[in-house]
Design a protein. Sequence first.
Length: 580
Amino acid sequence: MKIQNKHNKLLFLILALAIFLRTVFLDRLPVGISNDEYYFILSSKNVFFDLINLFKVGWDSQIFQNIVKTVNSETSILLMAPILGLLPSTLFYARIPYVFIGVITIFLIYKITLRNTKNINLSLLVALIAAINPWSIYVNRTSFDAPVALLFFVLTIYLQSFSNYKYILLSALSSYLAFNGYIGTKVIYLPFMIITSIYSWKVLHHKKYTKSFIFTIIFSIVVTLSFLLKLSSSSIGNRRSELIFPSSPQISSQVNDERRQSIQTSYLSVFSNKYTIYFRNFIDKYLYNFSTDILFLNGDHTFMVSLWRMGYFYYLDFLLLIIGIIYLFNHHRNFLIFLVSLILLSPIPESIRADNIPSYAFHSSFQYPFLYIIIGSGAYYLWSLLKVKLLKLAFAVAYIFLFFNFLDIYFNKYPIYQPEGFSTSRYLLANYIKHEQEKTPNIYVVTSEPEAIFRNYIYLTKQYNLQNISSIKNQYLLHPDSRYFQWANITISDQVPSGKDSDTTYIFDSSITNFPFSSETHLAITHLGDAREIFKIYSSQSCQNLSLSTYVSNLKTKDLKFTSLSETDFCQKYISSRQN
């Protein structure tokens, strides 16, 4: 009993650490909200507001259709609707539900490891590895749908481990929620269900509950076929453009280029055709998922889902991954085969995407729980092999150093050298507009992405609420192309004004160059790292009679919560003065 209590306390401490790492400074890091995050946040709020209206007015087919028309990430949006719908519109509350999604996933990973290895110390170490993993911390501090789907995939595995047919049948429901949680993992849903069902039936239950497992497989086949039939509809079919096929124009272009740049032979078409090129591209993206560049060195080569200065695992995890495979092969071989089978499914969603810039952090998110288990097994085995205390101490110190190096990169460096991963400048602009609109009759914003500026402003000023939802929807109905918004005294458009009004503050993003008064002295919102101008501000009434620098510098962590700064402090920290 004492040993059990000790283990429970250790698990509690690990989960508490996981919560702390995912909530500390969550009200200011990441700074801003990306376009994709806004889709989930605002869609969830929108569904909640529609539900409230449905209760208010009684049955209304139009409102009901608005609620059910979402065609991807249904689980994520419906699950978050009552939570985000009730919470205020802030960075902290936008992301806190996803923190607990991540922590619950860690708990389930611990339980799955314990069920399969019967080794509680190993299971605790796996939970610790997951709690301090860079990918897990990074992603759990965002508002994306992939972790929600991942939770239900892991829950499905856990439910199938019970020696009770009711739990096995319930796993079909959890798998359905996983299927509808994230568009990127739909393609691996059916093989996942086949692998997990066969493993649980044959290894964990020794071929008991045959009917229950047959039901789960048939259910997954029906779900998949149903989705494939819907692909021809206009609502879901538009997602097909994100996939690449042998018949896609990109493949044809590659074939033509390769044949043109080759010696003309009779067998050229055998090696250079749309099928060989497609297969080569698939293999390239598939294998690159497992490269040290992605996993350990740099991560994805994108703005949003990578720190760029390290991968999604620590350097030592590479060694632990190898040792973990050896340990599991010797002691839990069936479990290792199961884990590896699931990991091998993970790169498929990214491998069939048309985008040439991969985003493995989300599209291959399915692999991370199973990699944690292997790495945790490697740490457990290595610790048992190190008989000299000094060597154990050296290993622990090295891992702790790598962990704190990640924290330094994420909390101290990343917000400055890569702020636009989460559109920090747009959030800064929204805060500036909040101050400026109280002082000037009109604000005119010219930008190539009017909708992005509009939703940042509406969210930051907490105006995306039940009282305003009809007016906000009308903005989109009046301008379905989302190129023009008029809200109070603010106009947001992609059209450059022909002249300058004396009672108007003008704001132009850096992509707009043809406005008539570009030579005038102006204020600017700049990139926090390299000081390039992102927004130019003319005829500003705010930030006047203040000593403003030409670039942002000397920021402290407390300054990143700029919505709480006074106007003076905000201007002096984030608004630059530029002389032309």
